[in-house]
Design a protein around this ligand. Structure first.
Ligand code: URA
Length: 195
C-alpha cells in the first residue's frame, strides 16, 4: 500500500491531542485504519471500549459484523477502504459524543477526508450522518440513498452495525444498501476492485 504523508502527519498530531476532556479518559487515540488512498471511506461515531483498548476503529462485535458485510461486497480495511470516526477518543460509558467534543474533533476528520480524497463516503449511523450529510438526516427513511455535495463526493448513510446487532430485522435492508454501494463503486471507482 502506498504511504500517504498527510495522513501520517495528521495521525502524529492527533495522537497528542488534548482539545477536549475525552483525552483524560482515553487509553488510545483511535485515528483510523485502512487504505489511506482509498476511493471509499467509512465514518462511524466514536470508539467504544475495545477500540479504545486496541487503538483501531470497529474491532468489537459491531466491527465484526461490519467486516462480514464488507466482505460480501469485496471490501476490506486491509485492502480497499479507509475507516475513521467522528471523534477519535472514547466517550465514557459509550455515551454519544457531545456537540462540543464533535466540534473540537471534526477538523481532524475534515483533514483526513482531504488527505484520503475518497469519491464515496459512507456514514455509519445517525451521529455520523447528521454531522456529515445533513442535520436532519433520518437513517430509517434515508439509508441507502446517495447525496452529492458541493465537494463532488457522494455520501450515503446506513444503519450503524451496533444498531443492526440490537435490531437484526434491519439486516436485509442494510445489505441491500451495501449492494447499492458496490454497484456505485463499480460505476465510478472500478479500480477499487483491482487487486
Ligand atoms: N462504533 C463506532 O461508531 N465506531 C467504532 O469505532 C466502534 C463502534
Amino acid at each position: 500500500m502506498e504511504t500517504n504523508k498527510d495522513i501520517e502527519n495528521l495521525k502524529l498530531i492527533c495522537n497528542t491531542c488534548n482539545k477536549c476532556g475525552l483525552c483524560k479518559t482515553r487509553t488510545n487515540v483511535v485515528f483510523g485504519v485502512g487504505n489511506t488512498n482509498a476511493d471509499v471511506m467509512f465514518i462511524g461515531e466514536g470508539p467504544g471500549e475495545n477500540e479504545d483498548l486496541q487503538g483501531e476503529p470497529f474491532v468489537g462485535r459491531g466491527g465484526q459484523l461490519l467486516d462480514k458485510m464488507l466482505d460480501v461486497i469485496d471490501l476490506s480495511r486491509k485492502k480497499n477502504i479507509y475507516i475513521a470516526n467522528m471523534v477519535k477518543c472514547r466517550p465514557p460509558q459509550n455515551r454519544d459524543p457531545d456537540p462540543e467534543e464533535v466540534e473540537k474533533c471534526i477538523g481532524y476528520l475534515k483533514a483526513q477526508i482531504k488527505a484520503v480524497n475518497p469519491k464515496i463516503i459512507v456514514c455509519l449511523g445517525r451521529i455520523a450522518a447528521i454531522n456529515i450529510i445533513s442535520p436532519d438526516f433520518k437513517v430509517t427513511s434515508q439509508h441507502g440513498q446517495f447525496f452529492e455535495k458541493e465537494d463532488g463526493i457522494l455520501y450515503m448513510g446506513v444503519f450503524h452495525p451496533a444498531a443492526l446487532l440490537r435490531n437484526p430485522n434491519n439486516k436485509p435492508d442494510a445489505m441491500e444498501d451495501f449492494f447499492k454501494l458496490r454497484d456505485k463503486i463499480k460505476e465510478i471507482a472500478p479500480y477499487t476492485y483491482n487487486d
